[in-house]
Design a binder for this molecule. Structure first.
Ligand code: ADP
Ligand code: ADP
Length: 230
């Protein structure tokens, strides 16, 4: 069962040129892919189609087996709740603490406060933020904000996790630790797509690549010198 299926998808902004052209691929459930390619190739745009922020200008996009052209708009919020997203610019809520930012998806899902108090601090500790539970995003560094954003995206074990350059603000050691978190989530059943420029991350984890060049997508095997998967 495909979690994402694109067939001949094109995307343009306004009257501009197509910045994604004839993109076709499927992501099987429980798969893990890197999304690679130079800056401007269309990685963020491709992710935005998969988290339903944009609609293809042409072609067909199915999510969780449902053709989006046939799904009423009112059901998008429900679909989005099964998708975790790590945005390149984090998009944390500035008036909420780190803990409350991460708790948000759980509160939206109606999870009880007891469970929230158990799980959220544990996850924030795992990403190295045990001492920053009550901190507002404005006092955190870029790397710390990024880890809050990652914790928020994974806290409710989404069916699909999409991350845009999720290790862009941390050093390689932390980057690999965060990738292990994504790999754990993947083992529990989440389909994962990670857009990244981080060569050491791509070489450390033997996952296949979706590669974009000037809006055209090709599938590439894992980088050859990688060690064991995961
Ligand atoms: P990236 O590192 O992925 O290339 P950018 O810095 O190009 O990111 O883009 C950051 C944000 O600005 C994104 O939300 C993107 O959609 C938007 N953006 C990028 N290029 C343009 C553009 N030419 N016109 C309007 N918005 C843009
Ligand atoms: P990447 O993530 O690979 O850097 P993007 O998807 O951010 O690529 O951008 C692909 C192309 O689309 C770039 O030429 C960028 O300037 C353009 N673009 C991105 N977002 C917008 C936007 N909101 N409006 C217009 N052009 C955009």
């Amino acid at each position: 069962e495909a979690v994402v299926a694109m067939e001949g998808v094109g995307l343009r902004y306004g009257n501009g040129p197509e910045i994604l052209q004839d993109v076709s691929f499927t992501l099987p459930g429980r798969s893990f892919h890197f999304l690679t390619g130079p800056s401007g190739a269309g990685k963020s745009s491709l992710l935005s189609l998969m988290y339903l922020a944009r609609t293809p200008s042409r072609g067909r996009l199915s999510m969780f087996g449902r053709d989006l052209a046939l799904v009423p708009r009112q059901t998008y919020p429900a679909l989005r709740r099964s998708i975790g997203v790590v945005f390149q610019d984090f998009r944390l809520l500035d008036h909420l603490s780190a803990l409350d930012n991460v708790a948000l998806p759980l509160r939206v899902a109606g999870v009880g406060e007891g469970e929230i108090r158990r799980h959220v601090p544990e996850l924030l500790a795992w990403v190295g933020l045990a001492d920053h539970l009550d901190a507002r995003p404005s006092v955190l560094s870029g790397g710390q904000k990024q880890r809050v954003a990652i914790a928020r995206a994974v806290i409710n074990r989404p069916q699909l996790l999409l991350a845009d350059e999720p290790t862009g603000n941390v050093d390689d050691r932390i980057a690999v630790r965060l990738l292990h978190l994504f790999a754990e989530l993947n083992k529990l059943g989440t389909t994962v797509v990670i857009a990244t420029h981080n060569e050491s991350v791509v070489r450390t984890f033997r996952f296949p690549r979706l590669h974009l060049e000037q809006g055209r997508l090709t599938r590439l095997p894992p980088l050859a010198d990688a060690g064991p998967a995961g």
